[in-house]
Design a protein around this ligand. Structure first.
Ligand code: NAP
Length: 291
């Protein structure tokens, strides 16, 4: 009998990921703070749980895909939260990006109530989530990783086991540091070129058709050209990830100004837009616009 799954957190990532478990033939019990976000998944076979204890009763392996440390702690520790349910023997898998410290604490607290805990943040955004081609950065106990592997195969193209609790979170903060640097570099390059009368469309071709082009520069090109920054990966989440990387000790020449730029962009009200909207913050710093 395949294990029954529970999914908590139906945002940009949670919905397509839970859908892939359904496609794989798994029972998927879902819960979300905003219940209406489950509607489409229910049409596709998911079962809505009114609350977390019910979801816990009906599921063997329970995933969380939530905004940040505070949201994840709320779902685990709150009254009627995962750690206050009949948790014995359950495997909790947190796929949200949180601090290594939070991950480690949740791991210890899960063990204390007889449950198992894996952290498994992901590299890849909405499209890889839809296509089941995420890169899963798992850490915890290896036997729990083996238990989760058939499910990870539905969600990603690669699932790496990186070590004890905290290792997955650290790897995730490292890759997102690289992503933040890349996107800010792309934005600054396009704006600098524009300031010197090179059209953004031409500059983006120079980047994308040459050695500096990458999947991410090509993916973000349409939004830079159209100015449509509907969120696939909200800027507020990147600001959180860079803040967590700083708290984790990253201190290279570019890390402080990078963290500051994303923080300022957040304060300018760009948090709900896509991370590529960092260009809107940067264009306002010297008056050059990308369009
Ligand atoms: P999202 O679209 O903003 O969705 C956030 C989810 O968290 C929603 O289900 C939301 O519920 C829930 N939530 C937020 N605060 C809550 C609270 N206090 N209590 C209960 N539920 C709460 O986020 P996402 O883009 O799916 O990202 C989820 C996680 O994956 C984040 O940690 C992010 O950093 C990481 N991640 C994202 C991407 C990406 O490209 N989007 C890629 C890799 C990793 P409501 O629906 O009720 O608001």
């Amino acid at each position: 009998m395949p294990e029954k799954t529970g999914w908590i957190g139906l945002g940009n990532m949670g919905i397509p990921m839970a859908k892939n478990l359904l496609k794989g033939g798994y029972t998927v019990n879902v819960y979300n703070r905003t219940a209406s976000k489950a509607d489409k998944l229910i049409e596709e076979g998911a079962i809505f749980s009114e609350n977390i204890p019910l979801l816990c009763d009906e599921s063997d392996i329970i995933f969380t895909m939530l905004s940040d440390d505070q949201a994840v702690k709320g779902i685990y520790l709150g009254e009627g939260g995962l750690l206050n349910c009949k948790a014995s023997g359950k495997l909790f898998i947190n796929m949200s990006t949180v601090s290594p410290k939070t991950s480690d604490e949740l791991s210890e607290m899960s063990k204390a109530v007889g449950a198992r805990f894996l952290e498994a943040p992901v590299s890849g955004s909405v499209k890889p989530a839809e296509e089941g081609t995420l890169i899963i950065l798992a850490a915890g106990e290896e036997e729990d990783f083996r238990r989760a592997q058939p499910l990870f195969e539905q969600l990603g193209k690669t699932a790496l086991f990186l070590g004890g609790a905290g290792a997955g979170a650290n790897a995730k903060l490292a890759i997102n540091y690289f992503l933040a640097l890349t996107l800010q570099g792309l934005a600054e390059t396009v704006l600098f070129a524009k300031k010197n009368d090179i059209k953004p469309a031409d500059m983006l071709r120079i980047i994308n058709e040459g050695a500096c082009g990458s999947a991410i520069t090509r993916l973000k090109t349409p939004s830079i050209l159209s100015g449509d920054f509907s969120a696939a990966f909200a800027l507020k989440h990147m600001a959180k990830d860079i803040r967590l990387a700083r708290e984790q000790g990253i201190d290279y020449p570019l890390s402080a100004p990078l963290a500051d730029a994303y923080k300022q962009a957040l304060e300018k009200g760009l948090g709900e837009e896509d991370v590529m909207a960092i260009i809107k913050y940067l264009e306002n710093t010297d008056g050059t616009t990308a369009q």
